[in-house]
Ligand binder design. Sequence first.
Ligand code: CDP
Ligand code: MG
Length: 136
Amino acid sequence: MNNLERTLSIIKPDAVERNLSEKIKSIFLKNNLLVKDTKKLHISKDEAAEFYKVHQSKPFYDQLCSYLSSGPIEVMILEGENAVLKNRELMGATDPKNAKDGTIRKLFGVSIDKNSVHGSDSVDNAKNEINFFFNK
Ligand code: CDP
Ligand code: MG
């Protein structure tokens, strides 16, 4: 292993609701991202607002926080070689319409807000986001 990393993945309410968690996890495993820890939870809007605070100035912030707290989510720690970038590649573009074939958002995303998954976008943010949900 040259660059072992950990990143945070969230299976968003639209995907949990459609029972896609196992299918999404199998995509991670097939691509050598190990699921090191996982939990299912239903966060409050205040917790979502804290988690997404980097987006607080964006026009979609309020809707985003309402959405992430609208139903159960599954959060997990993924570990593997270049895990942060690899997860972002497997997820695909933010808007499922623009996501490449075979990516999670292309396969399962419904719309830009109901795009099925979250993934940390840097090693530093991954550490903060893992700490937010797992205290480690
Ligand atoms: O999730 P990702 O890192 O690809 O995108 P982001 O720019 O960090 O935005 C966070 C989330 O906000 C996205 O995953 C979308 O669900 C949502 N969003 C939205 O609802 N409308 C936008 N115009 C942009 C993002
Ligand atoms: Mg992001």
